[in-house]
Structures are given as C-alpha cells and as structure tokens.
Design a protein around this ligand. Structure first.
Ligand code: SF4
Ligand code: SF4
Ligand code: SF4
Length: 244
C-alpha cells in the first residue's frame, strides 16, 4: 500500500505547490511511491483519508487553527513546506503594522467582513514532523525530505549558517559591499544562491537552531553585530520569531 499524501494551502502565494507541480520527470518517480489524494492546485478529487499532509502558507486567521488541527488529526505526518509555513514568512511583515489598517489596505470598505491576526508558522498551532525551508522551497529539498520520510529517516537539513556555503562559493561578502546580510544567522541549504547572484541573504530559510551557538560569529564580530542585533535588523521573514 502506498502512503496517501495530501497538500493544503493557507496564506501564501502557492509558489511551493508550484514547485511540486513542476517536478517534471521526477513527479513520475514520486507518484510511484505515494498516492496523492488531495492537491487543489492540480486535481479536483479530495479525500480526508491521508497519511502525510504537506502544508503550505502561514496561519493568519483564528479559523485557520481549526482546519490545521483537523489536518493534524487526520495525518500521521505533517510537513511544513515553504517559509510561510515553516517560520511565518513574508506574511509576518504585517505583524508590525496596525492590523485594522492592514485589512483596510487590502479589503477597503469591506475590511470589517474579514478576520485577521498575527501571521504565524503552522507549528505555532500544531506539531510539525518535518520542514522544507525556503521561499520558495526547492524541488531538490522537497524530494529529499519526502524520500527520507518514506524510508523512515530524519531528513538531513543543514544546521549551519548560509555564510559557510557563501564562503565556499568565494563570494565577496555583502557587508564588504556596504549591504546588510542576514546570512550569519540563517540556515544554509540553498548554496547561498542569492549572494551568488550578487545580492544578499534575506533569511528565507529561517534561523539556524540555537543561533547563539550556531551562527557565523566570526562574520558578526567583524562587522560589529551581535546575534540579537542581526536578527532585530531584519524582519522580512522573521516577523513571527521576533515577536516571540
Ligand atoms: S514561502 Fe514563499 S513561495 Fe511559499 S507560499 Fe510563502 S511566499 Fe509563496
Ligand atoms: S554575511 Fe552574507 S554575504 Fe557575507 S559571507 Fe555571510 S552570507 Fe555571505
Ligand atoms: S541566500 Fe538567504 S534568502 Fe537566499 S535562498 Fe538562501 S536563505 Fe533564502
């Protein structure tokens, strides 16, 4: 019996589900290993009988909590995919605004018809068994996590900062270019792709575990920053973590 899998979306742009829909030939391998029973973006059928739930998007309304809890009840394994689901992500930018003003900007005169609250990752509401980081997550990491789960193994996700990959790639440090980079405290695994392209790390993969122990302190010290300062200067993706 193949494990049954289902995909769910909350507040987000669906970019992570698109990554899955775009798996091309690898999707055939995947479909040989699992039975997809629900995936709104690519199929009409839906079933509540599933083993693994992949959840994209942040929880941004009180009524999302009930849906998340039902997913948790139905699934043996819950996987958060993409930074909106893993860390709150870009939706958490609103956590620093007046929420009534935010609603008015989005819904205008109909703002009162819509609920909202602080955007949060799904593990602020339910327990999560595995994470696929990034905005969007990469197909490669998604497949790695799925294969690991099917083999009953813990996915091997880096717990060191982006700076490590960035240095291996011999990039000129963004700080040397007069920019601020969140790479010293951000979880690696993307091969420092943004810095490789001439920009900087925006933190989409979330913080390394225990940033005080696992950050690239050498870089922070060189540029006169502490871990807390590095995190507090940046809120593009870390809005929920910073509020905690
Ligand atoms: S993590 Fe990024 S790609 Fe995924 S839903 Fe959120 S904004 Fe979209
Ligand atoms: S601070 Fe940013 S640019 Fe500098 S080494 Fe680290 S990841 Fe690379
Ligand atoms: S460099 Fe930073 S912002 Fe870019 S993909 Fe990696 S973690 Fe995300």
């Amino acid at each position: 019996m193949k494990p049954k899998v289902a995909f769910f979306d909350f507040a987000g742009c669906e970019g992570d589900q698109l990554q899955i829909a775009n798996l091309e030939e690898e999707i055939l391998d995947l479909l040989g290993q699992v039975e997809v029973v629900s995936f709104r973006e690519v199929m009409k059928e839906h079933s509540d009988d599933y083993d693994i739930a992949f959840v994209e998007g942040s929880c941004t309304r009180i009524q999302d909590e009930e849906r998340l809890k039902q997913i948790r009840k139905n699934a043996s394994v819950v996987v958060a995919i993409g930074s909106c689901a893993t860390i709150g992500g870009i939706n958490s930018l609103k956590n620093y605004q007046n929420l009534d003003a935010v609603k008015k900007t989005v819904y205008g005169e109909k703002a009162d018809l819509f609920d909202t609250y602080l955007a949060r990752p799904i593990d602020a509401v339910i327990s999560v068994d595995a994470y696929v980081h990034g905005c969007p997550m990469t197909k490669e990491e998604f497949l790695h996590v799925v294969k690991s789960l099917l083999l009953g193994k813990k996915p091997d996700i880096p717990n060191y900062p982006v700076c490590v990959e960035c240095k291996k790639n011999e990039n000129v440090c963004a700080f040397e270019r007069g920019e601020f980079c969140i790479g010293p405290v951000t979880r690696a695994g993307c091969n420092s792709c943004c810095v490789n392209e001439g920009t900087k790390c925006w933190g989409c993969r979330g913080l390394v575990d225990n940033p005080n122990e696992n950050s690239q302190k050498e870089v922070l010290i060189k540029y006169g920053l502490s871990v807390d300062e590095a995190i507090s200067k940046f809120r593009l993706y870390f809005g929920w973590e910073k509020k905690q």
